[in-house]
Design a binder for this molecule. Structure first.
Ligand SMILES: [Zn+2]
Length: 207
């Protein structure tokens, strides 16, 4: 019989105390314990602990224990828990309430201001079809072009800045050339963050 390693012996000890060690493995364990004083000591203490645990009136514990825990808890009303959390975190709560209130008022306000508009000094060279704004291929539009709440497609030249607010800019065609800056602004998001940051700015400066 090959010498058992101590780590294997420890596994066997636990298996044995759990009552599921095969007879052959039990023999190997006994062999090891007779040769290895440290494992024998360990086995003895494990066995003692095991005996102690078994001696405890474990079956009765859950009832008593849960009853005692329930009694020691404050009455479990959710609103109470919620208000106490709010009391402990006033700043976070204020911010959260502020966000909700502002977001809801903002959404209702925003839905009323979704108007399509195109502005710029040279709109006669721009094709406007419904909410689609097109700078045609081969065409040169001078100055800036600003589109609110529309779809923009640039196929030709724009000799200025292109600003798309709350709209959609079709990826530029290969024939497109824009001399200035291209800006796409989601006013909804920008406005929201402007309001949020100014709110927190007010908190920070205490004004
Ligand atoms: Zn050993």
């Amino acid at each position: 019989m090959a010498d058992m390693k101590c780590n294997v012996a420890v596994v066997y000890m636990h298996d044995h105390l759990d009552g599921d060690l095969a007879r052959e493995e039990m023999k190997q364990l006994q062999q090891h314990l007779s040769e290895c004083p440290s494992c024998y000591t360990r086995y003895e203490s494990l066995e003692r602990t095991d005996a102690l645990v078994r001696a405890l009136p474990i079956e009765k514990a859950p009832d008593d224990l849960s009853a005692r825990i329930m009694k020691s808890l404050p009455s479990r009303r959710r609103p109470a828990a919620w208000t106490s959390w709010v009391r402990r975190h006033p700043a976070v709560s204020a911010a959260a309430i502020f966000m909700v209130v502002m977001l809801s008022s903002f959404v209702s306000m925003w839905n009323q201001s979704q108007e399509f508009s195109v502005s710029g000094p040279d709109l006669e060279h721009v094709i406007i079809e419904g909410k689609n704004v097109i700078v045609p291929e081969g065409q040169k539009v001078s100055g800036n072009l600003t589109v609110v709440n529309g779809d923009v497609q640039v196929l030709g030249d724009l000799d200025g800045n292109l600003t798309v607010i709350d709209g959609h800019l079709t990826p530029l065609a290969s024939t497109a050339h824009i001399a200035g800056e291209i800006k796409t602004i989601d006013r909804a998001v920008d406005w929201f963050w402007y309001k949020v940051s100014s709110f927190f700015g007010t908190l920070a400066y205490g004004s």
